[in-house]
Design a protein around this ligand. Structure first.
Ligand code: RBF
Length: 158
């Protein structure tokens, strides 16, 4: 992932984390990863919104975008099972957060893991022994993009 730049002033940013509730141990790692970013960036205003499953992330992300949050971090874990549900849930959440983000102009960091096995997800969850920290990465992406948008809009008015 790109080098995270958390040295800008993020103190006025309002950030929502929208997190599903399936696979709670992995979700714990993703949420902690995102919270580490908010702490490092000294974000003062944030809200953690828990939803039942990843499929429910877009509707709550939309409400957060409309409510004026500057960026949203979407966190979930979808594990491939024996039925086509995996594809439908993955498509639904990916399409849903893309639509919310582009139509409402609010960046959404995509931290929804779509994995073949629990082991694959554990390896990406930012837990002890994990090789990757996708909650952290999604929060960095959301904050960095919110900064790009804020600077861009400010420059238009100068
Ligand atoms: N939600 C997840 O966040 N991760 C999953 O791995 C997951 N697997 C599911 C498998 C099946 C067969 C079903 C029916 C639902 C699953 N869900 C999962 C829940 C889904 O995101 C949503 O909450 C429910 O379908 C209710 O709308």
């Amino acid at each position: 992932m790109p080098n995270p730049d958390l040295t800008s002033d993020f103190t006025s940013f309002r950030i929502a984390i929208v997190a599903a509730s399936w696979h709670e141990q992995i979700m714990g790692g993703l949420i902690q990863g995102a919270l580490r970013v908010l702490e490092a960036a000294q974000v003062k205003q944030f809200q953690l919104l828990r939803v039942p499953g990843s499929f429910e992330i877009p509707v709550v992300a939309r409400a957060a975008a409309i409510a004026g949050f500057d960026a949203i971090v979407a966190l979930g874990v979808v594990i491939r099972g024996g039925t086509p549900h995996f594809e439908y849930i993955c498509q639904g959440v990916t399409y849903g957060i893309t639509k919310v983000s582009t139509e409402l102009g609010v960046p959404i960091g995509n931290g929804v893991l779509t994995c073949n096995t629990i082991e694959e997800a554990l390896d990406r969850a930012g837990l002890p022994g994990s090789h990757e920290d996708k909650g952290f990465e999604a929060a960095i992406a959301a904050l960095s993009t919110a900064k790009v948008l804020k600077d861009f809009k400010a420059a238009l008015h100068t």
